[in-house]
Design a protein around this ligand. Structure first.
Ligand code: G4P
Length: 531
């Protein structure tokens, strides 16, 4: 046993670390902006978008983000609200960047799922929800765009329950939808919050009145009547909100609102603080590591190079899991067994970054030029522990990458090595090494564009891609003789991964099954133990 550090325990208790998941266009960026606005972090909404364009202006690889109109990389935003430190992990919505998003979810204690009322649960939301469910991450739901004509709120609840298999229990109820939308009624107090239509640039005050006392001046009586009927139905037929079931990922509280017009944002923030859990203990090879363990520990969930092209630096994003992080502290790096002094650390804000002197469980720290850190690495003080490895997501697309200019092969190799370490792409080569061109592999096709773009803009190296017909990779293991005489169909290709592990590329599941039957002593694994 250890002695609890009361400062660490107190600081951890006031941290709330979460990620927003959604299908593109559901309103994630708008909601982020409004949370920062209501969190008092920015004066005027637009800072996040502003930051996006500012970043695009200073960092040219972000140009790709602009061209495609998508968010390529995850970012971390922190702000204080009513005594809490809120850490928001922003994640790319485009499905081709799902690996990055999945890994970011590993650093969150809770996810907020944004759904467009008109569109209901969409494909990418469903995929991300499955990752949360797999990792037992509690999910809060924000049904957005209630100011637009969409489906009936009751139908929305049914849609969530059917598609995701989770019990959806409303935390508030909309008073009308589309042009009739007048506000929300709070489940806990029974009060109606009435809003004025507003451009949403600035915070708005709202009238609060018991729902039962609403007059025809406040709301059209027909809209009121319908909302009252629905609300009664929800309260009488449905279950109560149960924090234990929410924690287990079996129930999701549902908030209705409109990020664009600020309807329900403040209400959501208060509900979020009640329901989002503080930092939780993490699984390690020494069992669960409690957050108030006095010794510092954390893990790297993201590596990002050249956020600021003037410095060409690399940032490792570390989630603090226990103890206190201090600037330039000495820690152990269990993968290499080395003792190291931590490099410069940063906290990221909506409008910039600042040096971070201390951090507590739940905080996300950006370590600049961290040296040999890899994705998933644990870093700790005192007794060595290793947190669970980050899950891997099998690639589905493969292509040969060629360096167009032979004089720039060195820069090409350096840039590629960097991108592989960041987890932006996987790389395979022919067994036996040599000068063969690398085969890149990723879950989504857009990741290849990012690699090409970054090699060009950051390493001044032009490359070209030739697509390969493979659709899956299997890492192989077994007795040396069997591996040497592996019987493979012509359509396959034998390769080694970046860490020297042997693998085979396949065009179809049928080929995998056939090869497995032909080589019964060899195991064919969809996940590698590399890294
Ligand atoms: P994303 O990050 O999930 O991809 O979505 P984003 O916030 O960029 O929102 C997508 C579009 O939906 C934006 O419109 C945004 O203004 C709009 N939107 C977000 N929340 C609401 C809402 O509550 N009500 C309504 N009516 N619209 C909403 P856009 O035309 O693509 O961009 P913009 O010109 O407004 O910036």
């Amino acid at each position: 046993m250890f002695e609890v550090d009361p400062v660490v325990a107190r600081e951890a208790q006031r941290r709330r670390t979460f990620a927003i998941i959604s299908h593109p266009d559901a309103g994630k960026t708008t909601l982020t902006e409004k949370l920062l606005l209501y969190g008092g972090c920015v004066e005027i909404a637009g800072a996040v978008r502003g930051r996006k364009s500012q970043r695009a202006a200073t960092s040219d690889w972000m140009e790709l983000e602009k061209q495609r109109g998508i968010s390529v990389s995850s970012t971390v935003l922190s702000f204080d609200f009513e005594g809490y430190r809120i850490n928001l992990l922003d994640t790319p919505g485009h499905h081709d960047f799902s690996e990055d998003t999945y890994r970011t979810l590993m650093a969150a204690d809770c996810a907020v799922m944004v759904i467009d009322l008109a569109k209901g649960v969409e494909a990418q939301t469903e995929k991300l929800f499955r990752v949360c469910a797999m990792r037992h991450i509690p999910v809060l739901t924000f049904v957005n765009k209630v100011d637009r004509t969409g489906q009936e709120p009751l139908a929305m609840l049914a849609n969530i329950e059917e598609k995701l298999g989770i019990h959806a229990v409303p935390f508030n109820w909309p008073l009308g939808t589309g042009p009739d939308f007048r506000g929300i009624v709070d489940r806990l107090t029974g009060d109606a919050h009435l809003f004025d239509r507003n451009s949403g640039e600035q915070r708005i005050a709202f009238d609060t009145k018991p729902f039962a006392e609403l007059t025809a001046e406040d709301i059209d009586p027909i809209v009121r009547e319908q909302a009252a009927e629905e609300w009664e139905l929800v309260l009488s037929a449905g279950d109560d909100l149960d924090p234990a079931l929410i924690m287990q990922g079996m129930m999701t509280p549902v908030f209705f609102g409109s990020a664009y017009t600020n309807f329900g944002i403040e209400h959501f923030l208060h509900g979020f603080l009640k329901l989002c859990p503080p930092p939780q203990p993490r699984k390690s090879d020494h069992g669960l590591i409690p957050v108030d363990r006095p010794e510092f520990s954390g893990f790297v969930f993201k590596l990002q190079a050249n956020l600021d092209p003037r410095h060409r630096d690399l940032v490792a994003f570390l989630r603090v899991c226990s103890g206190k992080f201090e600037r330039e502290m000495e820690v152990v790096h269990p993968r290499t067994g080395k003792k190291i002094k931590l490099p410069r650390a940063h906290r990221l804000f909506a409008q910039g970054r600042e040096t971070m002197d201390e951090g507590y469980p739940g905080d996300i720290i950006g370590l600049v030029n961290p040296g040999e850190f890899r994705l998933g690495d644990t870093i700790c003080g005192g007794r060595q522990v290793n947190f669970e490895p980050l899950p891997q997501f099998p690639p589905e697309n493969f292509a040969i990458l060629r360096c167009e200019d032979t004089l720039r092969r060195k820069q090409f190799a350096r840039g590629l090595e960097q991108l592989i370490n960041e987890g932006a792409i996987q790389c395979f080569t022919r067994p036996g090494g040599g000068q063969a061109e690398p085969i890149l592999a990723a879950v989504g096709v857009l990741q290849f564009d990012v690699v090409k773009f970054r090699l060009q803009s950051e390493y001044n190296t032009a490359t070209s891609l030739s697509w390969l017909p493979y659709k899956m990779v299997r890492w192989i293991d077994g007795p040396a003789d069997n591996l040497k005489d592996l019987k493979l169909p012509y359509s396959t290709r034998r390769v080694v991964d970046h860490y020297g592990k042997e693998a085979v590329l396949f065009e179809s599941k049928w080929d995998v099954e056939y090869t497995q039957r032909e080589n019964p002593k060899v195991t064919f694994s969809a996940v590698s133990s590399s890294g």
